[in-house]
Design a binder for this molecule. Sequence first.
Ligand code: APR
Length: 256
Amino acid sequence: MMTEGKPDLLTQRIKQAAEVIAVSSPVIALTGAGISVESGIPDFRGKNGLWSKYDPARYATIDAFLSDPVEVWNMLREMDELVLAAKPNPAHTALGILEKKGFLQHIITQNIDNLHQAGGSLNVIEYHGNCSTLSCLSCNRRYSMEEKRHEYLPTCECGRILKPDIVFFGEGIPEEVLNLSFDIARKARVLLIIGTSAQVSPANTIPVVASKNNARVIEINKEKTWLTEQLTDIFLEGGAGDIVSGLLKEIIKTGA
Ligand code: APR
């Protein structure tokens, strides 16, 4: 943010990042839970993250769901309440405007909260699925979370407990999502990485693929990650809401 006299380092770096984005195409974004924290959805590995309350080995693997769906639905219900109450924050809406103005071509999100779409983005690839629909692992019937929310244990008419259409640990990423994401990462001229610790594979290979194909990497995070030293070109340290809004303002100022 501007201080007396000389703009501070972050302000200078936001300007630098805006100048790169304004003249590059395609520009893509990879987002993680950090972009939705300001919407009231905790991240996973932060101090009050979801995994500090629920052991992912017991709640977030496909084996856990198959062996004890009742217990896993205790966590899923809490996540559903957080997602239901969440609204897009300035980071989501700024990305939606960047897409509308032609400065952003795709978002690959690890999030399942639908907030990019609610924030106006259209080209969203949901790498880990979306929690707004449920599927039956026995008869393949599908339901919306909306119609099943009133059931304490959402159950299929065939009698089986339903599974949200999200990717659990131990499940593969759908082939078409994997291939499309790899392809747009390979072609990207700029990769914006927002609010991810990049701990989870294969999502965390996307920055490597983009960087190996000479994309400029701009990372937005409250703290450094392993990406910062290894492949980030411009690191914008701070909250996603402020920084992405600041980026949008600077990009529009370039008049590109
Ligand atoms: N602004 C910017 N960055 C933030 C903010 C914020 N307001 N709040 C938190 N962060 C950063 C944290 O510093 C951290 O680096 O967001 C990152 C969140 O990391 P994780 O909690 O590990 O979330 P994510 O990277 O999305 O996890 C990937 O792991 O558990 C699985 O399927 C789950 O999709 C998830 C995947």
